[in-house]
Design a protein around this ligand. Structure first.
Ligand code: AOF
Ligand code: ZN
Length: 375
């Protein structure tokens, strides 16, 4: 049944439009680089109920910001209207003028905000500017939901590193695959589509070379119509074991591929990969291991906000040991792989400390669990 909104309170209305603004912002998640994917709705009520007169989401690449686009669509209708913004409007002169100023100039009467912006140049100043101009500001509406969607941006701001999301498909006996036996399809079709959406929303997918050799994966988003949203692929491959004719290397000109070769790796060995379009990340500890904390910092500096780690067991365990995992997404299928399979380093019943269940769903025959690290 349709929700009856004729008797809703202003608080209920604010939550309803903020939820819509958050859903709307999601469409550019993974496309805005170092900028958060923000959503803005301009809503006016001329006595016959609220009407959306302008919509905006942070543009691909990060600019223009959401607010200016929504205001442009609303035009004169913005005067006296309410703006729903999923992030505090910016207050700084960056590559674009401050959104707070744009909202003021457009004659917006009321601003409803969700998450605050931790950026040093904003951090409360956006809301303050609006209030000083006489605009009514209500902040913190659905703040948790907005922060959950922008978690990559918030983690990168706070920790100067990319967010790490660990995704694994598990059999019901807690296994993730069979060593040396090629790719094993564990989860079902609906789960696969969910994974491809997660890829579309990430800035990079990362796996260990063992998984790359065993599975020969493509690591692309293959949802119809969203193929162009495949993020960069990263393989932890110190000794360049990934074959030049692998699916990953063969597609490096179409979808970026990074390998983490050791710095003492001979240049002539790298040359054939470079020729194929592969790029290199040289991040290692003194003993030649890939230094994961430095890697995720380097990725943030290069503009990657969110990295989806898809295995295998060794790589997942390494990120967990370094306490670099921010979110764990587990798809558990009703299938057993048996004792000789590779055990998952984490299961719904055996989680590292500090993870809280935030979502639980059923995707076809599979159970889905999502946990967030409390920091
Ligand atoms: C907004 N609306 O849609 C977004 C905001 O480099 P700049 O000038 O684009 O500024 C980047 C900062 O702008 C970013 O760190 C964050 O504080 C804010 N992002 N702000 O008002 C938006 N994407
Ligand atoms: Zn802005």
């Amino acid at each position: 049944p349709l929700q009856d909104v004729s008797t809703e309170t202003q608080e209920e209305r604010d939550r309803r439009f903020m939820a819509a603004a958050i859903r709307y912002s999601r469409r550019h998640l993974g496309l805005t680089g170092t900028n958060p994917a923000v959503g803005t709705l301009i809503v006016r009520d001329d006595g016959n109920g609220p009407v959306i007169v302008g919509r905006g989401v942070t543009a691909i690449g990060g600019r223009p910001h959401a607010e200016t686009q929504a205001l442009e669509e609303a035009g004169e209708k913005a005067r006296g209207a309410t703006a729903y913004v999923t992030l505090e409007p910016c207050a700084h002169h960056g590559r674009t003028p401050p959104c707070a100023e744009a909202l003021i100039r457009a004659g917006i009467a009321r601003v409803v905000g969700a998450a605050g912006d931790p950026d040093d140049r904003v951090a409360g100043r956006g809301y303050a500017m609006l209030r000083e101009a006489g605009i009514e500001v209500v902040s913190g509406v659905l703040a948790e939901e907005a922060a959950d969607l922008m978690s990559g941006y918030l983690i990168r701001s706070a920790n100067k590193r990319a967010q790490v999301i660990l995704k694994l498909a598990l059999s019901s006996d807690g296994m993730i695959g069979r060593q040396g036996r090629g790719q094993v399809q564990i989860s079902g079709e609906i789960s696969s589509r969910q994974v491809h959406m997660m890829r579309a929303e990430a800035d990079a997918i990362l796996i260990g070379v063992g998984t790359a050799l065993n599975d020969d994966p493509a690591l692309t988003c293959r949802l119809p119509g969203l193929e162009s949203r495949s993020p960069a692929r990263i393989v932890l491959d110190r000794h360049l074991r990934l074959p030049l004719n692998s699916t990953l290397v063969s597609s490096a000109r179409k979808v970026p591929l990074y390998l983490t070769a050791a710095s003492d790796c001979p240049l002539d060995r790298k040359a054939a990969y470079v020729e194929a379009g592969v790029q290199f990340l040289a991040i290692e500890t003194a003993d030649g291991e890939v230094a994961l904390p430095e890697l995720v910092e380097d990725l943030a500096a290069k503009g990657f906000t969110s990295v989806l780690v898809e295995g295998g067991a060794h790589t997942a365990a390494a990120f967990l040991e370094e306490d670099l995992v921010d979110r764990i997404c587990l798809f558990v299928a009703p299938k057993t792989l048996g004792e000789d399979a590779v055990a998952a380093p984490v299961t719904p019943d055996n989680l590292p400390d500090g993870f809280r269940l935030v979502r639980r769903e059923r995707f076809g025959e599979d159970d889905y669990f999502e946990f967030v690290k409390e920091r």
